[in-house]
Design a protein around this ligand. Structure first.
Ligand code: NAD
Ligand code: DAU
Length: 331
């Protein structure tokens, strides 16, 4: 297959390209990425096989039309992905996440191209802390931030393109990823790199909020499974039964890095902070036989800590500016 991977220079997209070209050298990959603050060309260094990089935006209709016309399937990762940044420049989230997806779908409609959309569990809003309820493919969309609302808008456009234009779409909504190449703005890399800098990790509010953690490689294997075997028109939820409170995740990081359990500070909470996300992944497990390989969070976390320890040259250039942004936000 000729694959067009949007956002392939970012965290999950770059891991996806490495995985595909390592394990499926028969595929040809073109990456379209605008190289925003979150995208790095060097994330794709060392990829083997048939690979091409195009710098440009998913909002550029002419460029997108040319690329989609020359591909068999689009795997759409490109996005403004960080909730905290949507407090600083909310409209760019709608431009990239919603409008950019519309531009891609329009091209897929014209060229009859298969389209897989990578989305998030945040489109379903928040769950209560207690009760054990989990998101399912039929859970109503109820986003709570400009990030999640702009992604929910994209999800609705994907469903509309399937029904109105007959585009061969699939959609996946995944929970919180961790692993190599994740930007230092995100929770786990921020805390690891703070500790490496001798600074205290920062916990928002009381730290009781729960996220459902999955290793990025498990997410990407699930995306590949949906692309190759998923039923067109369907939505698959991806999660690895990885529910943990932020306090628990931080405690694990501190333990892995040999720090005292109280080596952190509480900072102001994120306004409107969603309490809990949790995925019921029965559908993808039963239909496609996908199962996560990183079932032990601590093993994946220790490997991730080791990656940041070994790759200071990768994260160092972003660290100061990222912390300056957090200073503006007061957290
Ligand atoms: P990221 O911020 O690390 O990477 C985003 C990439 O998109 C970057 O390379 C950036 O340069 C590129 N990009 C941004 N605007 C663009 C534009 N207009 N045109 C082309 N490229 C553009 O994000 P990520 O964490 O890798 O997330 C990738 C996708 O997965 C997103 O759609 C996100 O919503 C979704 N997702 C992320 C998570 C998570 O935990 N990180 C979980 C579920 C779903
Ligand atoms: O659920 C999937 C989503 O997970 C993806 O769609 C997003 O792209 C991804 O960024 C992530 O969103 P979150 O807002 O959950 O991720 P973040 O890493 O920013 O924060 C995880 C939790 O940790 C959240 O409850 C806020 C908290 N937090 C975050 C930071 C950066 C802290 O307590 N301290 C911090 O310094």
């Amino acid at each position: 297959m000729r694959l067009l991977v949007t956002g392939g220079a970012g965290f999950i997209g770059a891991n996806f390209v490495h995985l595909v070209l390592r394990e499926h050298p028969e595929h040809e990959v073109t990456v379209l990425d605008a190289l925003t603050y979150a995208g790095r060309r060097e994330n794709l260094e060392g990829v083997a096989g048939s690979f091409r990089f195009v710098e440009g935006s998913v909002c550029d209709g002419g460029l997108v039309d040319d690329l989609v016309g020359a591909t068999d399937a689009v795997v759409h990762f490109a996005a403004e992905s960080h909730n905290d940044n949507s407090f600083l420049h909310p409209v760019s989230f709608v431009e990239t996440n919603t409008l950019g997806t519309a531009v891609l779908l329009d091209a897929a409609r014209r060229h009859g191209t298969r389209f897989h959309h990578v989305s998030t569990d945040e489109v379903y809003g928040e769950l209560p802390l207690e009760g054990g309820e989990r998101f399912r493919p039929d859970t109503p969309l109820a986003p709570t931030s400009f990030y999640s609302a702009s992604k929910a808008g994209a999800d609705l456009l994907v469903r509309a393109a399937a029904r109105q234009f007959g585009v061969a779409t699939t959609l996946s909504n995944c929970s919180n990823n961790y692993g190599p190449y994740q930007h230092v703005e995100k929770f786990i890399p921020r805390q690891i790199t703070n500790i490496l800098d001798g600074k205290r990790p920062k916990l928002y509010g009381d730290g009781r909020n729960v996220r459902d953690w999955i290793h990025v490689e498990d997410h990407n294997r699930a995306v590949l499974a949906v692309l190759e075997q998923g039923r067109v028109g369907e939505t698959y939820l991806i999660g690895a039964n990885g529910e943990r409170s932020n306090r628990e995740v931080l405690a694990a990081i501190l333990e892995v890095m040999g720090k005292e359990p109280d080596f952190f500070e509480h900072v102001a909470d994120r306004p409107g902070h969603d309490l809990r996300y949790a995925i019921d992944a029965t559908k993808i497990r039963d239909e496609l036989g996908w199962t996560p390989r990183y079932e032990d969070f601590r093993t994946g976390l220790a490997a991730t800590v080791a990656w940041y320890e070994a790759n200071e040259a990768w994260w160092r250039p972003e660290k100061r500016e990222t912390e300056a942004r957090y200073q503006t936000l007061g957290r």
